[in-house]
Ligand binder design. Structure first.
Ligand SMILES: C[S@@+](CC[C@H](N)C(=O)[O-])C[C@H]1O[C@@H](n2cnc3c(N)ncnc32)[C@H](O)[C@@H]1O
Length: 422
């Protein structure tokens, strides 16, 4: 059941009932959705449900966008439904995976390239001092043997698979997804944390298994119908970027105070040469705690929900209040830009949860609903869905960090779906 929002101040978001329609999909997810780990990936069925919902409203969807496309969940589902897709993500690791997922590859070519890479690997020798002169951060994460093996593997991929065409992306994506298991990174943690007791995986074995999984997944996805997919590595708020007109936006925005995406992707960013210092990729990332801006001057642009949360946080957590304010200001711009992209009658669907920071509720849903209404959306509807525990760690510890400890405070047990119509 959807509740129509006209005045956010009068609305009790917590009392919005869960609508089971959005809780689970009706079919198994394609294996292609699992070719690469990605934080806060949302379930693929959200897109199918959104398309079903649009159909009941007699909408014709020819092009769909995900303005925070992450690892390409919506991209792949749009392609599968033969709908054109436009996606944007600031993080190059995200767009590498999204591109790899939304292409159809010939199995025989994938197998031929994979075999050639494995044949080339023993012939490639790592330079004697390659580890000594490696990026400090990579030396921190890898022992010499794994580092040299990865270097040779990367060289083998680059020597065998042409840089033009989409096949190189496929193998770089495979390479990217083994970087964690072959490093000292604590396996169970998405956050960067060394596990002193870990025995990192064997590079060649991990690559072979990863290729096998991806080649099978590709064979399973039926992407034979035609649709145009465009994925860009850009800041969605960059006003110099031309965004296409679309019928529908389906997206899950980043959260504030949860992850620094740039830090989580540091292994891939460094190996694939996206940055010399992975922290540079925090710039422009919405929800980052690291933004520098004029807080006092910008504060007055916050809408009423945003101002309420920020003033509550200011009493006790000044630094966090600044980050949350920046996040809300960015999300207000996101709402405006999303509105600008939609054709008349188009629909924008946002999936997002409320969070809590040290006892202060960060009311993302109310803030977004208010931002959508202020941006010109004629109607905004809201409903809630339950989240499977497997998808997100639902607790925060006393410091406000994510934790799997059930004694922590519960966050994200449910999340909101906000639908704005233009
Ligand atoms: C919750 S994730 C989206 C996950 C996606 N739905 C999926 O299934 O993979 C949010 C994404 O927003 C991206 N992001 C953060 N700031 C951005 C910005 N300014 N412009 C574009 N993307 C941004 C992050 O890199 C991250 O991939």
């Amino acid at each position: 059941m959807m509740i129509s929002v006209t005045n956010v101040r009068k609305m009790d978001f917590e009392a919005v009932p869960v609508d089971a329609f959005w809780n689970a999909g009706d079919e198994l997810e394609l294996r292609m959705h699992r070719i690469h780990a990605y934080p806060a990936k949302f379930p693929a069925f959200i897109t199918t449900k959104a398309l079903g919902y649009a159909k009941t409203r007699r909408m014709r969807i020819r092009r769909i966008a995900d303005v925070f496309c992450g690892c390409g969940t919506v991209a792949l589902e749009a392609k599968r439904n033969q709908i054109d897709f436009w996606g944007c993500d600031i993080n190059p690791v995200a767009t590498l995976i999204a591109e790899a997922k939304s292409r159809k590859y010939q199995t025989c070519r994938l197998e031929r390239y994979r075999n050639s890479i494995l044949d080339a690997w023993p012939e490639i020798k790592a330079e004697g001092d390659s580890y000594r002169v490696a990026n400090d951060r990579l030396r921190y994460w890898y022992d010499k043997r794994r580092y040299d093996d990865l270097l040779r593997l990367q060289a083998a991929i680059e020597s065998v698979v042409p840089s033009r065409g989409c096949y190189r992306q496929f193998f770089l994506c495979a390479f990217s997804n083994i970087l964690k298991s072959t490093s000292r990174w604590l396996t169970k943690s998405i956050k960067p944390q060394v596990d002193p007791g870990k025995k990192p995986a064997n590079v060649l074995r991990a690559f072979k298994e990863q290729c096998r999984f991806m080649i099978d997944a590709n064979a399973q996805s039926d992407l034979s119908g035609y649709s145009h997919v465009e994925i860009v590595t850009r800041n969605f708020l960059d006003t110099s970027m031309d965004c296409p007109r679309v019928d529908m936006i389906v997206t899950s925005p980043p959260y504030v105070t949860s992850y620094e995406y740039a830090d989580l992707h540091q292994l891939s960013s460094l190996w694939l040469g996206y940055a010399e210092d992975y922290r540079d990729l925090r710039e422009g990332s919405i929800g980052s705690l690291q933004h520098i801006y004029n807080f006092e001057r910008e504060l007055k642009r916050l809408n009423s929900t945003g101002a309420g949360v920020v003033f509550s946080l200011l009493q006790t957590h000044k630094r966090i209040a600044r980050s949350v304010a920046k996040y809300f200001l960015d999300m207000q711009e996101v709402a405006k830009r999303a509105y600008g992209m939609l054709r008349r009658g188009g629909m924008a669907l946002f999936v997002l949860g409320n969070t809590e920071y040290r006892g202060v509720r960060v009311d993302n849903a109310r803030h977004m609903a208010e931002s959508l209404l202020e941006s010109g959306f004629a109607t905004v509807h809201v409903t809630k869905r339950k989240i499977s525990k497997k998808i997100l760690t639902p607790y925060r510890d006393s410091e406000g960090r994510f934790s799997s400890d059930a004694n922590g405070r519960r966050v994200y047990g449910e999340e909101f779906i906000l639908i704005g119509r233009r």
